[in-house]
Write a protein that binds this ligand. Structure first.
Ligand SMILES: Cc1ncc(COP(=O)(O)O)c(C=O)c1O
Length: 373
């Protein structure tokens, strides 16, 4: 294939990949519709009715760009979190913010520390900016805070990424350990504390806002994609000191926010009753997935997120076969971790009863077909 010859050497060296093959691409590849979309950690419960109304109202205004200062959303977030708007930067989902943070810190060859098997989109951005990933294995299916700290010190790394709760295993560290970890980092190392799943996590997993808000080298990232049910709206935010938050203004796409998405996020924040209800439904669905897994002789790992990692008890080849057969034979879309030993597991997102029924029927059938039982 011929391509323009004057792309940068970095771009020329990169593979043309995306971190995740999307469910729509999987449908096209398999020539089969997805019946249960429980693989991408979206929320099949959807957003609140009040949010859908706000989206309808905003639709007629979509000829207007969104406010480039994101004034209303930042003020609504500040009121919700007990911070000031200056502490908040808004972006196109956490994924967009991760790209911006990497751009702020990473140059060619910069060492960047993360967990082996941690969130792949972060790695994608690091590679895209020429950084050198330094990975630390999970220990007992949890991110290894001591290992991450040791790697930061050894490499004098200016950037470290840690998700709490984490994807893909759904595990979490208590707030005190997270705060200790942040305090132990050199001031010249920026911590991305990715809290994509904060709404579904136990309170003990979440450092208070005050505990980290004065640290210029800590950015907490959060999203409306998970519990709020707005993955397609692409709204996320970063919480940090006003000085660090301002750095985003130097590089961000000022008209990058989707006006309808911003309206949806503001409405979602003001419907905390829905959030309360939906997080209960997510927790019940986690229990249901765990029960379905156990009934099939598999081991569900405990989870603080909107998904459950299920240990299939064998190797990655077997787990891959389970994932493939769920999709090809039953239209049940799930995913699995990318590296050993995490990839003995499959990862199933929570969802409404209809999806859980399909999973409950498909999983035992797939296991029987694979083991000849
Ligand atoms: C740990 C983690 N961070 C970020 C994201 C993406 O969030 P957003 O939709 O806001 O880009 C995900 C989604 O799966 C995730 O698991």
């Amino acid at each position: 294939m011929s391509a323009f010859s004057r792309f940068t050497p970095l771009v020329q060296s990169l593979p043309a990949t995306v971190p995740f093959v999307g469910p729509e691409a999987i449908e096209r590849q398999r020539g089969r519709q997805i019946a249960a979309r429980i693989g991408a950690n979206e929320s099949g419960f959807g957003p609140a009715d009040s949010v859908l109304l706000a989206i309808q109202r905003a639709a007629g205004e979509t000829w207007k760009y969104a406010d480039p200062e994101n004034y209303d959303l930042r003020h609504a977030l500040a009121a919700h979190l007990g911070a000031s708007p200056a502490h908040i930067a808004v972006g196109e989902g956490i994924d967009g913010l991760l790209g911006q943070i990497v751009r702020l810190v990473v140059e060619q060859g910069t060492p960047v520390v993360t967990s082996l098997g941690g969130y792949p989109t972060f790695n994608y951005h690091v590679a895209g900016h020429g950084g050198r990933l330094v990975t630390v294995p999970f220990v007992d299916d949890r991110e290894d805070l001591d290992g991450l700290l040791a790697a930061v010190r050894r490499e004098a790394a200016p950037l470290v990424y840690f998700a709490n709760p984490d994807n893909p295993m759904g595990s979490w560290w208590p707030a005190e350990r997270v705060i200790e970890f942040a305090a132990a980092l050199p001031e010249t190392t920026l911590l991305i504390l990715d809290e994509a799943y904060c709404e579904t996590a136990p309170l003990e997993a979440l450092p208070s806002i005050e505990s980290l808000i004065d640290r210029p080298n800590v950015i907490r990232t959060r999203t409306f994609s998970k519990a709020y049910g707005l993955a397609g709206a692409r709204v996320g935010y970063a919480l940090t000191t006003p000085g660090t938050a301002q750095a985003f203004d130097k590089i961000r796409n000022h008209f990058g926010m989707n006006r309808i998405g911003v309206a949806a996020a503001i409405a979602a924040l003001s419907d905390q009753q829905y959030l309360k209800d939906v997080t209960q439904r997510i927790a019940a669905s986690r229990d249901r997935i765990a029960g379905i897994a156990r009934d099939s002789g598999l081991l569900p790992l405990s989870s603080a997120t909107n998904f459950v990692a299920v240990d299939c008890g064998r190797d990655a080849v077997y787990a891959r076969a389970v994932v493939d057969r769920l999709m090809s034979d039953h239209g049940v879309f799930v995913r699995m971790p990318g590296v050993s030993p995490l990839n003995r597991c499959i990862r199933i997102s929570t969802g409404p009863d209809a999806e859980m029924e399909l999973l409950g029927a498909a999983l035992p059938a797939v296991l029987r077909s694979l083991t000849g039982g």
